[in-house]
Design a protein around this ligand. Sequence first.
Ligand code: F6R
Length: 366
Amino acid sequence: EKAGFDHFMLKEIHEQPKAYRDTIGSRIDGSGERVVLGEVKLTPQQIWDIHNIHIVACGTAYHAGLVGKSVIEQLARIPVETDVASEYRYRAPIITPNTLVIVVSQSGETADTLAALREAKRCGARVIAITNVVGSSVSREADDVIVTWAGPEIAVASTKAYTSQLIAFYLLGLHLAQTLGTQDATYIRETIEALQKLPEQVEQILLHAEDIKQYAEQIAEHDDLFFIGRGSDYAVAQEGSLKLKEISYIHSEAYAAGELKHGTLALIEEGIPVIALATQEHLLEKTVSNIKEVKARGAQVFAIALEGNHEIAKSVDLVFEIPRTVALLAPALVVIPLQLLAYYASLARGNDVDKPRNLAKSVTVE
Ligand code: F6R
């Protein structure tokens, strides 16, 4: 059942090229110029009437929602807030009939996410669910459902569900942009082309899993480390940090690179590993200056950057290159080495990778 892999998690990491292909599926028209989200019944007028969007989810799905916020804001220019469901429900969120609420849930059964969905509906909002389980509670109660075709996810640590959620956000963002006219046809076509290249690029990254394994064996000796990034790299850093904590039990924190000097820099000492995500090249100069701040205090910096980025390569101790894509889509690639890092660190520590202590796959209690 593990198809020759040692763990479900590793199998599911390797299933991502297929999960991307299946989630993109027939949601792009034959010309390759338009996204066709047939399952979303929102009319053009309803899309025009959206004043704001709330994305609500828990854990890894929440982290997909953080990327979703930047994707939708950039593509469709609609203001988006992303919340964890257990907070959203109790903070009397300002929901109007012009609010679109997007709930994200792999299982479609998470108690807090389901409660947030119900609260949104009670306030008159329209709700889109992004879920991996057809027929789940969330999918039955939402107005529209975008199914992520990742297939069953068995490992407690979510991998292919997260990346399929990112693909769903790209498709939804493009769908909204097409309707609103916020991006021109060339931009949409180029983004679609780049989207269609992702599965093959994930395959290329997976060929270099051994490099990540070696690095993971080094960090398995540490008790604390940091992830830093800017823009969507910061959102992915939070997911990388959660994945590592969850299965390797190594403490880590994800920081917006520019925030370090407002307090956390005090924790940087000789030899501490810092993992810097640097795919957002328009922010490169700033990220490099943050890398210099931690290096000056003795940090060992491992960067993940787009292929051929010499500026990063010369500023850090070790660099892992991922294939080039557009900045918007980089989260769907940069997270792959982070999943492998968590996996191999957990393995090096002799943990039960697929069933980490204290955790359950589906959280149906509040
Ligand atoms: C972490 C993980 C959890 C889930 C969270 C929400 O790897 O899997 O953080 O993402 O419990 O679950 P779903 O998406 O089923 O609502």
